[in-house]
Write a protein that binds this ligand. Sequence first.
Ligand code: PMP
Length: 382
Amino acid sequence: MIYLDHNATTPLAPSVIAAMLPVLSDLWANTSSQHAPGQDAKRALGAARATVARIVGCKPVEVIFTSGATEANHMAVRGLLAATASGRNRVIFSSVEHAGHLRLARSLAQAGIPVDFIPVRGDGTLDMAAAKALITADVALVSLMAANNETGVLMPVSEVAALTHAAGAVMHVDATQFIGKLPFNFASCGADAVSLSAHKFQGPKGVGALLLRQGVALVPQTSGSQERGRRGGTENLAGIVGMAAALDLLGDVGNQADRLATLRNTLETGLQQAMPETHIWCQTARRLPGTSYLRFGQLSVDVVLQRLERLGVAASSGAACSSGGSEPSHVLAAMGVPAEEALAAVRFSLGATSTLAEVNHLLQTLPPLLVPLLREEMLTAP
Ligand code: PMP
């Protein structure tokens, strides 16, 4: 199988499995227990926290382990908002946040909290003029993704953080797609809180973290004494150790980024040469190195994914699939892409395991399957 869906999730790195196995078999005691096995588990938790902190550029006390980015995002938005001084309650998101995060935004709005969305331009980049107009003195919190999961477009996190702080508000960043793909440093990114998720960078699923700048107030969303009272629940120690091991692998993330950008560009150029009907979204924007979001004419994504399946290639649609049908991507809709084009969206996302041989295989085998369909489409076009 050729796996080109690394933005959905990534395979576990062998060194991550190797780090997790002894924890699963031997370090199963509760980290809160006073007995010797509990203290051993607690030490392993402390070591993993120190590793995570060192690699993402924060202090160990600034790491709150969670069950993934969804929980970290909810914890940040609800917890930071609840800790805000009265007089400010408006919350700002971008219009292209992850679907789960937008659902949270809608639930805040339903509860009567004023919520606004910063639009994006046609190339997927954030509309900074709109951001400036929206981030005013009544804003409590701005929540922005560092990189979009569909288009890969990078968001101007530091600039928006500066605007946010100038308005006296706090800034949360969903860095789920960014961390692991490009160099990241919490201390210098400007945000007060940052979400991350291990399964996006060869770690296990069901574990992540919220990095919270020391001194920033947060109302806990689950009660319990773990994580200094900020997140209740017995820690997923094996997952946390796996996440630390996965971060440890990211030493040369810059080199990996260059390699992936070259592979992605080879893929895009090859597809466009073989099929001039290939339209690539956000190609001129600053993007994640391994992400390519495109359509082949207006061939339905289901048809394309079927052909890819036949070739043993795993990719994904840009659509949020609901039972019995798919809806056009909200990200493409926010960019002003018409629904009939958005329903043709295919996302290829390359990662650590991707190779030039895989890209070349795709370039040799996919066009022969799609060219006849594109010709047919041209003949039947109104
Ligand atoms: N935010 C973004 C941008 C994502 O891409 C994802 C995962 N698709 C999430 C949040 C949710 O992450 P998790 O699976 O760890 O809950």
